[in-house]
Design a protein around this ligand. Sequence first.
Ligand SMILES: [Zn+2]
Length: 383
Amino acid sequence: MNVKINEKRLLDTFLKLVTIDSESYHEGTVHKHLLAELKKIGCAVFVDKAGKKIGSDAPGNIIASLKGTRTGKPFLLSVHMDTVKPGKGIKPQVKGGRVTSGGTTILGADDKAGVAVVLEILRTLKEQKPDCGPVQALFTLNEENGMGGAKNMDYSKVKGCDGLILDNESVSELLIQGPEVCDFKVTIQGVAAHAGVCPEKGISALEVAAKALSMMKLGRIDKDTVCNFGVVNGGEVTNVVMPLLTLKGEVRSLYSQKLQKQIKHMKDCFAKAAKAFTKRVDGKTIKPVITIETPQRYGALSVPKTAPAVKLVLAAAKKHGVKLIAGASGGGCDANVMCQHGLLMPNLGVGCQKCHTTQEYLDLKEFYQAAAITLDTVLAYGK
Ligand SMILES: [Zn+2]
């Protein structure tokens, strides 16, 4: 049986979806639209309670289940409902094999292109009833703001363990690795003193920071690990020795051990700097007080090349003439979070380019290829 997606319907679905505003935290309207479409298709639909926890105007993530002609574990497809800003009043334009925005907004192909592909696949399976196992489609909230939807998903309702995330740029990229990320927040409390009268009685939080940073490895640490400070706050006037400084940074690594090693190195540098600025003033010891917090933002994505979804996607891509490379990314996505819950879901590109800018566009050839590859992967799973 030659099962095929309907490319015209796929494009129409995409064009409709991008005109429904759904900036992060405001996914309510698109959520309602998706629920209605999924019910029309004949899916069993469950909505969890993630919305309230993350402050969205939608009630929760959607978990839609469609039975197949075969039984077994469902294959998972996951996409996110939200977009970045400026994502209000998007006017898509189809021209020369591309869909662009009107130029003043994003297009929202990240991730409405993925959403459209999933809807088209569910419709195709329902209509053409090919030999296929069950499918569960996950529509998450708030991916763009730290994967709040995926972090708060009710995983007891997710019955599969293999699947595919459709939330990457080019169809030739399959993400199987992504970094763990930890924030690195430092507060340096120095000692205030009049800079004109008695600077030697103070401890400049700025100088302590400078000392620590001068000893610190930053930027590219090795091929798997990077580190950056992006925010500095401190001081109010020039005639006071700076008493307080905060630094905000992050450490990313594909490997937890390497990440922890870098965090330890950074903490050691601050400890050495604190020691260097400890001194006696008026018969008393004064020293900088440094507090450091390193909460994990999200865990690593690590899907082995031997995982069923990876093998099936690579085979399907070959069939459709797409040179697919399974590799690593420096960023994070829902796949990172789902990986912590034991779901092995690589992230396939859907033909979206220049995401998160007003120049964002969707390459239609790649979009249709992504849909065909995904359909073949779903059909082949569990056979
Ligand atoms: Zn995305």
